[in-house]
Structures are given as structure tokens and as C-alpha cells.
Design a protein around this ligand. Structure first.
Ligand SMILES: *[C@@H]1O[C@H](CO)[C@@H](O)[C@H](O)[C@H]1NC(C)=O
Ligand SMILES: *[C@@H]1O[C@H](CO)[C@@H](O)[C@H](O)[C@H]1NC(C)=O
Ligand SMILES: *[C@@H]1O[C@H](CO)[C@@H](O)[C@H](O)[C@H]1NC(C)=O
Ligand SMILES: *[C@@H]1O[C@H](CO)[C@@H](O)[C@H](O)[C@H]1NC(C)=O
Length: 264
């Protein structure tokens, strides 16, 4: 409990002034059922066109982010009926399923936010959140909703759990060779690159329980993906004006099957 409260506190304050500039935003409807939006972001000179589909009736959101810079293309389905999220990565032919992040806006809220945000200049402040994913094992296709199984298609489906990397002093290194690393077995909560990393991590957590940023994580990965969302949107009203404001753009960086070696 203490740990997770601490993590969310740090996440809330991780506001970055970044190299990402938002250029434009268009909202349009395909039919009565699915609302489709395109979010265009320029990331380090690369134009990224992200598609967001919101289906309020079916309680799903689908985000499609193309390959850009270091990140692979990804398709994400948030299923609010089952409380699950699926991440499909064509480059590695993997599908990851996790519990739905409870801070995500519901389809109705997402639709409202995007409709409102598309009618006005977007915030230029970008908030970055970094999440590593530990692979827990193969998912049981029989217990997954059909929506998710269909979305993953022929790719193998893995259960994954998030690890916030924001609380630590984290460096990320892409594994050279691009070969697929054998998936390490995560021991307790920590995905060590080596079996001894779990005990190193416990020792570091005991030593620096009051300030995790004193713990250095050297993390290795072979795939990453990222996407953008408009964040913290709300109606604002005063005596003279009825308005709508989004606080920032959320840039969510993800490293599936990451492994980290701690030092402290
Ligand atoms: C943009 O490029 C710089 C320098 O190469 C890098 O440090 C930074 O992480 C990049 N930003 C993104 C969002 O990829
Ligand atoms: C809900 O999703 C399913 C599966 O993708 C689809 O067959 C169905 O038409 C959708 N229902 C609505 C109301 O859009
Ligand atoms: C935590 O440690 C970092 C790095 O040593 C330091 O910059 C920061 O001020 C510390 N924060 C607190 C609350 O002590
Ligand atoms: C953070 O990690 C880097 C790279 O490992 C290290 O050089 C630096 O001293 C660390 N910073 C803190 C505050 O521990």
C-alpha cells in the first residue's frame, strides 16, 4: 500500500517539458456506433498519426499508434466490460493482456474529451509516464472475452503486470542484435535480468524505502511502444464563460518484457 501510494505521487509530479509538439487534431464520425479520432503529434521531428476509436455501446476503446522513432507499432484495446486491456504488437507477433488501468477515462468520457478537445487548441504540456511490463505467463484463451481473443488474432497471448519505472532512477538500453531474449522468470515483483537481481532489489528497497529515486535501475528491453492521450480534461465554467480544458498530453511509454538490474 505504501509503495503504490508513493508511486502514484511520483507519477503525478513527473511533468516534463519535452521535445514533442502537437500540431493538429481532427475528430470525425464513421457511423453511429464507433467514433474515430486522429491525434497528430510530432515527436522529435517524426509525425505520428495515432487513431483512436471509441465504441460507447460496446464499452471499448481502440488506440492504433504507428511505428515511430524507437517505438514499434501497437494496437491497444481497452475493454471496460471485462476490465482488461490488450496490446497487440505486429513487429514481434505478441499480444499482451493486463488489467485495465483504472485511471483511464471510460469510453463515454473519452468520447466527450476528444470531441471537445478537437474543437480547440490542444495543450502543449506533455506528461510522460513510463511503464515496464512483466510477463506472468500464457493467458488462458478460454477465459478471455471473445472481443480480446479476436483482437489478438493468431498471436500468442501473454498475461502481463505493470511496473512503474518513474519512481526509480531508470536507464533503458535496447538489447543489441535484436534477437529475442529468452523471457526471464520474474521473481516476486521484480523482473531481474539475472536471478540474483531479486535479492539485490529487496536490499535496495529496504535501504531506500523513503526515496526510491536513490535506486538505479539499469533496464534492458527488445521492444517498446508508446502512445498519446489527451489528459485530465474537464468542463470549466465561470460567470462569463462555459469552457472545456485539457491539462496536458499524456505520453505513455511502454516496455514489454523489460528486465532490470538494480543498484544502490
Ligand atoms: C528525442 O530525441 C532525444 C535525443 O535523441 C532523446 O533523448 C529523446 O528521448 C527523444 N524523445 C522521444 C519522445 O523519443
Ligand atoms: C460489438 O463488438 C462486436 C465484436 O467486435 C461486434 O460484432 C458488434 O457488432 C459490436 N456491437 C456494436 C453495437 O457495435
Ligand atoms: C530523493 O533522492 C533524489 C536523488 O538522490 C534527490 O534528488 C531527491 O531530492 C530526494 N527526494 C527526497 C524527498 O528526499
Ligand atoms: C542514476 O543512474 C545513473 C546511471 O546509472 C548514475 O550515473 C547516477 O549517479 C544515478 N543518479 C542518482 C541520483 O543516483
Amino acid at each position: 500500500m505504501l509503495i503504490s501510494a508513493f508511486l502514484s505521487l511520483l507519477q503525478a509530479t513527473s511533468v516534463l517539458v519535452s521535445l514533442i509538439v502537437l500540431i493538429s487534431f481532427h475528430g470525425f464520425q464513421v457511423d453511429g456506433k464507433i467514433d474515430r479520432f486522429v491525434l497528430n503529434v510530432v515527436e522529435n521531428g517524426t509525425s505520428v498519426n495515432e487513431q483512436i476509436e471509441v465504441d460507447v455501446e460496446n464499452q471499448t476503446e481502440v488506440i492504433r499508434a504507428p511505428q515511430h522513432n524507437d517505438a514499434e507499432a501497437v494496437e491497444i484495446m481497452n475493454d471496460f466490460t471485462a476490465g482488461l486491456s490488450a496490446q497487440r504488437i505486429p513487429a514481434t507477433k505478441d499480444c499482451y493482456v493486463s488489467e485495465l488501468d483504472s485511471s483511464l477515462p471510460s469510453p463515454a468520457k473519452m468520447k466527450l474529451d476528444l470531441e471537445q478537445a478537437s474543437r480547440q487548441p490542444l495543450p502543449t504540456k506533455v506528461r510522460t509516464e513510463r511503464t515496464g511490463w512483466r510477463v506472468v505467463g500464457f493467458a488462458d484463451r478460454l477465459t478471455l472475452p471473445k472481443k480480446i481473443v479476436d483482437f489478438c488474432g493468431s498471436f500468442p497471448i501473454f498475461n502481463v503486470e505493470p511496473i512503474s519505472l518513474d519512481a526509480f532512477n531508470t536507464t533503458m538500453v535496447r538489447d543489441s542484435g535484436h534477437g529475442r531474449r529468452k523471457r526471464s522468470h520474474w521473481i516476486s515483483r521484480w523482473n531481474g535480468c539475472d536471478p540474483s537481481d531479486a535479492s539485490k532489489m529487496s536490499a535496495c528497497l529496504n535501504k531506500h524505502y523513503h526515496n526510491f529515486s536513490k535506486i538505479t535501475l539499469n533496464c534492458r528491453y527488445d521492444t517498446s511502444f508508446s502512445f498519446y492521450l489527451v489528459s485530465k480534461c474537464r468542463a470549466s465554467a465561470n460567470w462569463f464563460h462555459l469552457g472545456f480544458k485539457c491539462d496536458s498530453i499524456l505520453h505513455q511509454l511502454n516496455w514489454p518484457a523489460v528486465c532490470c538490474t538494480p543498484s544502490c
